[in-house]
Design a protein around this ligand. Structure first.
Ligand code: PA5
Length: 469
């Protein structure tokens, strides 16, 4: 079993020292704020448990609480226990496809895509698609499409697969009717039919679908006779589905350790269930973010990631927070940055701009690979000999500490989420922490975190325009 070191949420820098002046007290939080919030957080947690029980009893859900997609919460535990046969089937199908093809197109959008992409960028080799199959651990190249309406991007991907006969498709859509994904599937399925040259058996093995129990994609998958079709469980909404087949099937194709991912999520659930406020990463994250928003005006939540592999994790969270809580004229605005890259683009504004941002750092303690070190050189015109012996990680740590010091000197307070390493176990904990936190926050402020009624407007208009209605 791989180690599962806990991730940590450190909010100590948000708290103002007791002896601080009244001006300084206005820049952060004081103990009285935390005391005020603690019972409210405990009550919101209780409500999350009651929601789950209501969902499980199939008790009638009051109209104002619908939809109630609470079933994501104990999905990790269920998949490792009573639904283990389903998990085994997902892993076996992923392994099978990985053996049979050298390129896999993952078609999906929003919650049906962002988790898989986050896992790919965080856990696979940064140049996965460019390195040899052997160095990829015998795994195929992975491409994401069906997440946009971009002619040239689709043509570009067709250039890669047309004429080849070693590729396959994973198509993911809960509703089965999302236009971006449906159109991409139509286009790439036609290309795949040509590649398979009339071999229907090959075709049924090359298309894997993840979708609801009914709907257009479900019917299409049946008509094709797809060998592997996986459900998205009832009561699991799109952006809460990364730990269902939606994220797990692509992860299995990539050769990731899905068991470790689920163990991480289950460990976070345990902490959420048992730890009191101020020792509970989920409740503390919600509490501090809320207090900084309502008392200090931090309506923009910057997830300040320190490592390229974390950017898509940030994008996944952008979607989770935006679609869940951006309702009724409320909801903080999420923004992902990657440092040190974005210190050279957004850094100026974060250091001296409007005081409306809570910066939460996302850092990884240990690199996955051996350190790259600055060597001494005969050519010292760049004056880097003074830094010889230092590693990239030393430089990143200095940048991290220096940046947060500079913010603190201007009374711009930051919090930090620490991942021991960038692996499946840490990501499982982080995904679950942020999903549960989003639901708790919704309950705390009276916004239903499930459903995304605001997204329907563009879809309705687009369909009317296209179909002339
Ligand atoms: O979080 C959500 O529910 C959405 O972002 C959906 O995942 C997205 O709209 C895609 O929907 P579907 O899976 O039905 O194609």
């Amino acid at each position: 079993m791989k180690p599962l070191d806990p991730i940590a949420y450190d909010y100590s820098d948000l708290i103002v020292p007791k002896d601080a002046s009244s001006c300084v007290r206005l820049t952060g939080l004081v103990e009285a704020d935390l005391k005020w919030l603690a019972p409210r957080l405990a009550a919101a947690r209780q409500e999350v448990f009651e929601n789950l029980a209501m969902y499980e009893r199939r008790a009638s859900v009051p109209e104002e609480m619908q939809p109630l997609d609470a079933a994501f919460f104990d999905l990790p535990e269920r998949l490792m226990d009573e639904d283990r046969p389903l998990l085994d089937r997902i892993v076996a199908a992923g392994d099978r496809l990985a053996k049979e093809v050298d390129r896999v197109l993952v078609l999906g959008i929003g919650g049906s895509y962002m988790g898989a992409r986050a896992l790919f960028e965080a856990c696979c080799h940064p140049y996965h698609n460019e390195i040899s199959r052997q160095r990829r651990g015998g795994r195929p190249r992975i491409y994401f499409e069906g997440n946009n309406l971009d002619n040239d991007a689709v043509q570009g991907l067709l250039d890669l697969v047309e004429g080849a006969d070693d590729w396959g498709i994973i198509v993911i859509s809960k509703s089965g009717g999302t236009l971006e994904t449906a159109v991409a599937f139509r286009v790439f399925f036609e290309a795949l039919k040509t590649s398979c040259g009339g071999d229907r058996e090959k075709l049924r093995r090359r298309v894997l679908a993840v979708t609801g129990d009914t709907g257009r994609l479900h019917e299409l998958a049946e008509a094709i006779g797809c060998q592997d079709v996986f459900p998205i469980p009832d009561g699991v909404g799109g952006r809460f589905s990364v730990l269902s087949a939606v994220g797990l099937l692509p992860a299995a194709v990539m050769g990731l350790d899905v068991q470790h991912l689920l163990e991480g999520a289950a460990a976070m659930n345990e902490r959420f269930r048992t730890k009191p406020p101020l020792e509970n990463p989920v409740l503390d994250y919600v509490g501090m973010s809320r207090l900084m928003e309502t008392r200090r005006g931090d309506t923009i939540r910057v997830l300040s990631t320190w490592g390229k592999g974390l950017e898509s994790v940030g994008f996944w969270y952008d979607q989770l927070l935006s679609e869940s809580l951006g309702k009724n004229g409320l909801g903080a605005t999420p923004l992902t940055v990657v440092n040190t890259r974005d210190l050279h683009s957004r850094g100026q504004q974060h250091q001296e701009g409007r005081r409306d941002k809570l910066i939460t750092n996302l850092v990884v303690e240990h690199t996955a690979r051996e350190p790259v070190t600055i060597e001494r050189s005969d050519l010292d015109q760049d004056k880097l000999n003074a830094l010889s012996g230092k590693t990239y990680q030393d430089l990143l740590r200095a940048a991290f500490t220096g940046t947060n010091q500079a913010y603190a000197e201007d009374y711009r307070r930051t919090a930090t989420i620490r991942l021991p390493r960038l692996d499946e176990g840490s990501l499982g904990q982080l995904f679950q922490m942020l999903m549960v936190a989003t639901v708790v926050e919704g309950r705390l402020v009276g916004i239903n975190p499930y459903g995304q009624p605001g997204v329907e407007g563009y879809k309705k208009n687009m369909n009317a325009i296209l179909r002339g209605k």
